[in-house]
Design a protein around this ligand. Structure first.
Ligand SMILES: [Zn+2]
Length: 68
């Protein structure tokens, strides 16, 4: 999942560009005020981001390799 972090100091929102696969804590530097933000990802966050609703495989219409 990708986490969106909102800075408590200046309200700047930024995406954390690192793959998160398990609950963990880490720090990111706010691009707005350069403060250090503590990001906490819980297992509930991961479960919510892991719903398969958005993973829809593209379906090819007509098929590939049809003889002409
Ligand atoms: Zn900030």
């Amino acid at each position: 999942m990708r986490a969106i972090v909102t800075c408590e100091c200046c309200g700047y929102r930024q995406a954390v560009a690192r793959p998160i696969r398990r609950p963990e804590q880490f720090h990111v530097i706010c691009h707005g005020c350069e403060g250090v933000l503590l990001v906490e990802v819980t297992s509930a966050d991961l479960r919510q981001a892991d719903k398969p609703a958005t993973t829809r495989a593209p379906h090819a219409a007509g098929g590939v390799g049809t003889p002409v």
